[in-house]
Design a protein around this ligand. Sequence first.
Ligand SMILES: NC(=O)c1ccc[n+]([C@@H]2O[C@H](COP(=O)([O-])OP(=O)(O)OC[C@H]3O[C@@H](n4cnc5c(N)ncnc54)[C@H](O)[C@@H]3O)[C@@H](O)[C@H]2O)c1
Length: 267
Amino acid sequence: MFEGQTAVITGGASGIGLGIGRTLGRLGATVVLADLDAGALDGRVSDLAAEGISAHGRVTDVTDVESLAALADFVEGELGGCDLLFNNAGVAVFGPFVSATVADWDFTMGVNFQGVVNGLRAFVPAMTGRGSGHIVNTASMSGLIGMENLSVYCASKFAVVGLSESLRRELAPHGIGVTVLCPMVVDTPISENSSRMRPVDLRNDVPAPDVTDNLVGGVVTVEEVADLVVGAIENNEPYVLTHAEQAPILHRRAARLAEAADRVSGR
Ligand SMILES: NC(=O)c1ccc[n+]([C@@H]2O[C@H](COP(=O)([O-])OP(=O)(O)OC[C@H]3O[C@@H](n4cnc5c(N)ncnc54)[C@H](O)[C@@H]3O)[C@@H](O)[C@H]2O)c1
């Protein structure tokens, strides 16, 4: 199914994006890793090429519309277009709501939410023109349930879930599938990368508190996540979740929402 397809992956130089790229490359796809981290990008493209994968690297800032337009021009002009789009670049900013600065909001929403919007705006018109393709937007379990000390991150990821669910309906008649990836904890260097890649004008004077102890559930590998994503594309599934521990939490949320609606209908 993936042989001869072109996959574009933002945040592809590390973690989940790189895992998806490697898995799809091994399945015969041409892979375009798009990432702000130019140094990592060079190394990871060489790694994939050494495995015999057709891999390209493009330095891209998902917060910059022009940067994504240049990526789309490259993919359309040199590779014949994008079949599989992964809006995956993301950053983690943790801490209590009262400590969150305007810079925290701008940085997090800029990459995690507006970055997804920018990726979609750059690629969806050509994909609908061709009438085929699949889009995977990376959200998080934090896009499905609110958590303490994660309000900024949760807000950005809930937005990605809502956008993805809407687009899934809207793009189905155009032959395009949409999946939203909602992992719990995955073994990646997201905390280090988020500090390192944060633009100077959006930094805080005082570093954010480390609240990662609050995170529940085991840690899965990027390879496990990539396999789940590939299966979801094959079956055009709306959601990818990564941990069995997510089920009881989501059942509780759904039950509370339904109870609230029942209270209205019982009035
Ligand atoms: N690791 C987890 O536990 C976890 C859990 C849930 C969701 N996620 C989400 O998965 C996605 C991938 O994260 P990861 O864990 O693989 O982290 P990662 O840090 O390993 O990879 C993210 C990549 O995004 C890149 N990036 C950051 N800002 C960018 C920008 N402005 N433009 C382009 N690229 C940029 C980074 O350079 C990095 O290579 C993110 O959206 C993250 O929020 C991760």
